[in-house]
Write a protein that binds this ligand. Structure first.
Ligand code: SF4
Length: 380
């Protein structure tokens, strides 16, 4: 097996241990994953009765249970309560979430595009997906950030990565275009099949379940439902472009243990020119990063693009430091940009990004992060 020594050494950094404390405790089975707590919080109303509630009533119930969940999670974090002390509700908070996601599929608003496709009636959305979730591959990924591979007492088993097809952002330089631009690639997975994949990955040593793509957000209904069938303890990781809608974030924040979000563009003009466009990229992504950080651990990924250090890299790092707090979040400043997909085919259309970033551009990015006090070196 290819050894990644940084999976061991990264945990020696006090900032990494402190900022990823919850994730690490779940990875080591010292604490239950949040989705398991969501199974133990709920209502005594029977599932059939809950299923009769209107959408408004169901969201109201979700709001009430979210308050209860957050109280319980705090006590579990502080060690004053254990999962075993909680009862088994007739209808769990997790089931309420899965039910809401299923209903949202009738006029889909999983992401900020809110295209309203009735995916249960055979319509496909902007993302190209109907009601089925499709997975192109799943495996133990050893190329992710050091803390995501295990270590710290857990075997270095890699990140249990599940690649969903399709994407709702569609960058012109996409390095995963074979799955993000081709939603029909891969195999259909239902909730039980997905849970079986997740369980197998954990049982064979994965440190976490890493939902990625393409983009996981359009598959939210199957992902939430899979957790209802999952019987192993494992941290849930959301590896996303963060174009989730407010409602999707409400469903996600209580089940995701660690976030691995992208923050690519420092202004909406670059986002508009280098993706499918049509969204308020900066406000959406920033708001979702803030919300995610309130509810879990986080490593933010920023891909340095050539000629975009001043307009994207520096403003992104500034926003992270100013809006999220340099002392609260880890950042991975990534240098692996290469022109792919549309940019590789028609470089004359995007000449600014038709090459790799230079060593000087990378140095400038690192230096800026250093000046802001961002913690990136142990994981970059
Ligand atoms: S997830 Fe897909 S179908 Fe749903 S709102 Fe976004 S683009 Fe539309």
């Amino acid at each position: 097996m290819w050894l990644r020594p940084d999976a061991i050494t990264v945990w020696r950094h006090p900032e990494v241990r402190e900022r990823l404390a919850w994730y690490r405790a779940v990875m080591l089975n010292q604490k239950p994953a949040k989705f398991r707590i969501c199974k133990r919080v709920g209502t005594d109303e029977r599932p059939n009765d809950v299923a009769q509630l209107s959408d408004e009533e169901l969201w109201h119930l979700h709001g009430r249970l979210a308050g209860e969940f957050r109280r319980v999670w705090k006590e579990i974090r502080e060690g004053t309560l254990s999962l075993e002390e909680l009862g088994q509700p007739s209808t769990s908070f997790l089931h309420v979430k899965a039910l809401l996601a299923e209903r949202m599929l009738r006029a889909c608003r999983f992401c900020v595009r809110r295209c309203g496709a009735n995916r249960t009636a055979g319509e496909v959305g902007f993302c190209g997906l109907g009601c089925e979730a499709r997975v192109s591959s799943w495996f133990h990924h050893f190329g992710e950030e050091g803390p995501l591979l295990g270590g710290s007492g857990h075997p270095v088993g890699g990140s249990g990565t599940i690649f969903f097809t399709s994407c709702n952002l569609r960058c012109v330089f996409c390095q995963n275009y074979d799955i993000s631009f081709r939603p029909k690639n891969g195999v259909v997975v239902d909730a039980r099949k997905l849970a079986a994949i997740e369980a197998e990955l954990r049982r064979t040593g994965a440190a976490n379940i890493n939902f990625v793509g393409g983009e996981p957000t359009p598959n939210l209904h199957v992902i939430l439902a899979s957790m209802e069938h999952l019987d192993v303890n494992v941290p849930m990781l959301w590896n996303s472009n963060m174009l989730c809608s407010e409602e999707a974030m409400e469903l996600l924040v209580d089940v995701i243990d660690i976030w691995l979000p992208d923050f690519k563009f420092g202004n909406n003009d670059c986002a508009e020119r280098l993706t499918a466009g049509g969204i308020d990229y900066v406000s959406t992504v920033l708001a979702n990063h803030k919300l995610a950080l309130e509810h879990g651990d986080m490593i933010i990924r920023h891909l340095v693009m050539p000629n975009h250090v001043d307009c994207c890299t520096k403003p992104v790092l500034d926003m992270i430091a100013r809006e999220l707090g340099a002392g609260r979040v880890l950042v991975n400043i990534m240098g692996q940009y290469r022109p792919e997909h549309f940019v590789a085919r028609w470089p004359e259309k995007w000449p600014d990004i038709a090459r790799r970033p230079t060593a000087r551009e990378m140095r400038e990015a690192f230096e800026h992060a250093r000046q802001l006090g961002l913690v990136f070196e142990p994981i970059s």
